[in-house]
Design a protein around this ligand. Structure first.
Ligand code: PMV
Length: 357
């Protein structure tokens, strides 16, 4: 067993969305999804700048009196659902290592938490690397993604860098539902995600509760399954050919389709707000004026927009968004390499005091 281990990981943005489970316990999705693992370092364009890192330090020690988890300096209630998701992952690995020590986890997010920016994805993906290394376990990326999946579905895609696919699988035990890299980050270096923050508030309906309600009550959800096959094939071909227009058109349709099933849920779920809608119209206008899709919007379970485009179209997109008053911040993110191990000097834990630094 090692001392303090620190990793840094990043969120991902789904081009093909995961919204709905076929098994709630094992977290097996109704459909496969595809995402970009984002780069931590961003370029600020407007408002308060932020990067996209989750940094997590972990220490297992017999000297610890209890398990403890700190996020952004605040000691967490271990019964909180987000923290429970993380402890699911820790406990799986702790059992596997046959380790009975308590654990201290100290984690920091450099971006607004729980605002559709997938802090749970980067949180769990980063944690799983730090915990398995601290426990001296040697586990393949594929298997790590399967453990992460059971903490929170979309986090399994942040276990790898580049462009990542989470296979829905068909096995009832989940043995074929894992994430794998389609392309490394270097494959399409010009591809960008322009993140437009219109709200940093915590979302009202958690994605876990929201998607369960959609599967249960939305008549549209069934027809989404048919549309998804087309969207997955189209995104696959667009990535293969580096065809931005095709990619942008498909991600917009895909995001709109998912949000339509959310609205079709009883009671309705609406993550997008008036600012989100203004961004949709602005990008639609831009594409119309350009005579082809030069950028595509996509929204997760939150009001903030992700505009998928290439470096050469960045200024056009930013210019197009200028008039929207409700925009708080804009940052430009590239595609990243996934979780990375940091040195001892970067640790967030004071190993003498067994406490956060
Ligand atoms: O993994 P969860 O429970 O946070 O769900 C994520 C759902 C979306 O962000 C809306 C879509 C996705 O595939 O990331």
């Amino acid at each position: 067993m090692r001392g303090t281990v620190t990793y840094r990981g990043t969120p991902n943005i789904a081009l093909i969305k995961y919204w709905g489970k076929r098994d709630d316990k094992l977290i097996l999705p109704c459909n496969s999804s595809i995402s970009l693992t984002l780069k931590g370092e961003t370029t600020a364009v407007k408002g308060v700048p932020f990067n996209l890192y989750t940094k997590t330090s972990v220490l297992f020690s017999d000297k610890l009196a209890e398990d403890a988890f700190y996020i952004n300096g605040k000691k967490q209630d271990l019964n909180d659902k987000d923290v429970a998701e993380r402890f699911y992952v820790i406990n799986q690995l702790r059992e596997r290592a046959g380790n009975k020590s308590h654990v201290l986890v100290v984690s920091e997010n450099s971006f607004p938490t729980a605002s559709g920016l997938a802090s749970s994805a980067s949180g769990i993906a980063t944690l799983i690397y730090a915990v398995s290394r601290a426990l001296g376990l040697n586990i393949s990326e594929k298997e790590l993604s399967m453990i992460a999946r059971q903490g929170s579905g979309s986090s399994c895609r942040s276990v790898m860098g580049g462009i990542v696919k989470w296979e829905k699988g068909t096995a009832p035990d989940g043995s074929d539902s894992f994430a794998h890299q389609l392309y490394p980050a270097s494959y399409w270096p010009d591809l960008k995600d322009i993140i437009v923050i219109v709200s940093s508030a915590k979302k009202k309906v958690s994605s876990r509760a929201g998607m369960a309600q959609t599967v249960k009550t939305s008549p549209l959800y069934e027809s989404r399954q048919k549309v998804l096959d087309k969207h997955i094939a189209s995104v696959g071909a667009a990535l293969r050919d580096k065809d931005l227009s095709k990619l942008a058109e498909t991600v917009m349709k895909e995001s709109n389709n998912m949000h339509a099933t959310m609205l079709d849920t009883t009671p309705p779920i609406m993550y997008m707000d008036d600012n989100s809608k203004a961004i949709v119209y602005a990008i639609e206008d831009l594409n119309k004026n350009e005579g082809r899709a030069v950028a595509g919007y996509t929204f997760d379970a939150g009001a903030n927009a992700h505009i998928i485009t290439i470096e050469g179209n960045k200024d056009k997109v930013i210019n197009q968004l200028k008039g929207i008053e409700g925009i708080e911040s804009i940052v430009v993110a590239g595609i990243g390499n996934g979780p990375e191990l940091l040195g001892e000097d970067e640790s967030l834990i004071d190993s003498q005091r067994l406490a956060p630094k």
